[in-house]
Design a protein around this ligand. Structure first.
Ligand code: UDP
Ligand code: MG
Length: 339
């Protein structure tokens, strides 16, 4: 392969403080790797700050930069998905806009790719500048997920990874809505290598993952990759039924031994509330699966691209995965600063 092309995919949501520095660091990486050509594919996930304008300026000044703009905020996982769908490179690297995934580590990933590895994923050996709460919840989440999941998903791994075109093509053919990209890449297989790295602190700005998005993301991870919660509901149901049977036998035994029924309605109420609670939880678990099946059955596009920007010489090479992106922009829109 002579001069392979590498696509760097960067999802951005309100990242005006970091975009320019990120571009500088990516440009430095590209200059240090002259044997590859690069495209920097920014996916604007419905930012409400100056991120779109800054991206248009970058497109106008650097021919390697392309940007696609969502019609609204669809979430990080869908922004990454759009990047995977749109990338044109022989290998695709996913990295966050806030420089927590250091671009310099990409050089090591490229060397491993050259050695024949088809997925090189970053494992967070150290994390700087994260709150205790985030560290603890992330630590627990990856362990619970792995316990529940039918597919082994590497511990402490984010979406920072390099993927060969073969892997990218498989991902582009996977139509699921509730996407947990790091799990999907594990599920796909191929030759995968873990690369430990130091996760840096966010360069500037604040996290775009509030607790609400984190809980949604974690639930998606578990439900997309495991049927165990459903089986757990069944197990708890059986356990309760068993306890109830034992209670009946006990009540009859007391009746025969003492000639009176077991007194106390407190116990009765507690048992009713306990069973009611368990039933509602089990229904809730069912609901999570059914709701997702319902949303999937609507077959809506996963995300909507309302605009694109790229240098004139690369326009028109679009590679959309049919049926999952809604395209509102003319296919040949070119770099256009400031609107
Ligand atoms: N992000 C996004 N859409 C969202 C939330 C986040 O595209 O709805 C992007 C964000 O711009 C960043 C990456 O996803 O490039 C990771 O987000 P962030 O750094 O805020 O998350 P954290 O590192 O705090 O988990
Ligand atoms: Mg971050």
């Amino acid at each position: 392969m002579s001069n392979p092309m590498i696509s760097l995919v960067i999802p951005c949501f309100n990242e005006e403080e970091v975009i320019e520095e990120t571009h500088r660091r990516l440009a430095a990486l590209a200059e240090s790797q002259p044997t590859y050509s690069f495209e920097f594919l920014f996916v604007d996930d419905g930012s409400r700050d100056r991120t779109p304008q800054l991206l248009r300026q970058l497109v106008a000044t650097d021919r390697r930069v392309r940007a696609v703009f969502f019609s609204r905020n669809f979430g990080h996982q869908l922004a990454v998905t759009a990047g995977i769908d749109e990338a044109r490179g022989n290998a695709v690297v996913l990295l966050d806009a806030d420089l927590q995934d250091p671009p310099e580590v990409v050089a090591e990933m490229l060397a491993k790719w050259r050695d024949g590895w088809q997925v090189v994923y970053g494992v967070r050996a150290e994390r700087e500048g994260e709150s205790r709460f985030k560290l603890l919840t992330a630590h627990l989440f990856y362990r619970v997920l792995n316990y529940l999941s039918d597919t082994p998903i590497p511990l402490d791994t984010g979406d920072f990874r390099l993927m060969d075109r073969a892997v990218v093509e498989v991902l582009r053919s996977m139509p699921e809505r509730d996407r947990f990209v790091r799990g999907m890449v594990s599920w796909v297989g191929f030759r995968q290598l873990a690369l430990p790295y130091r996760r840096a602190a966010r360069f500037a700005g604040t996290s775009k993952y509030p607790l609400r998005k984190m809980i949604r993301f974690a639930t998606n991870g578990i439900i997309s990759f495991s049927m165990r919660p459903l089986k757990l509901a069944m197990d708890v149901g059986l356990l309760c039924a068993g306890l109830a049977c034992a209670g009946i036998v006990w009540a009859f035994a007391v009746r025969l031994a003492t000639n009176s029924w077991v007194p106390g309605w407190t116990a009765t109420i507690i048992a009713v509330l306990f069973l009611g609670g368990i039933q509602l939880v089990c229904t809730g678990i069912l609901g999570e699966y059914i709701g997702r099946t319902y949303m999937q059955s609507k077959g809506r596009p996963l995300y909507i691209i309302s605009d694109r920007a790229e240098g004139t010489d690369s326009a028109g090479l679009s590679m959309n995965a049919p049926g999952r992106a809604l395209q509102c922009a003319p296919a040949d829109s070119t770099a256009d600063v400031g609107h």
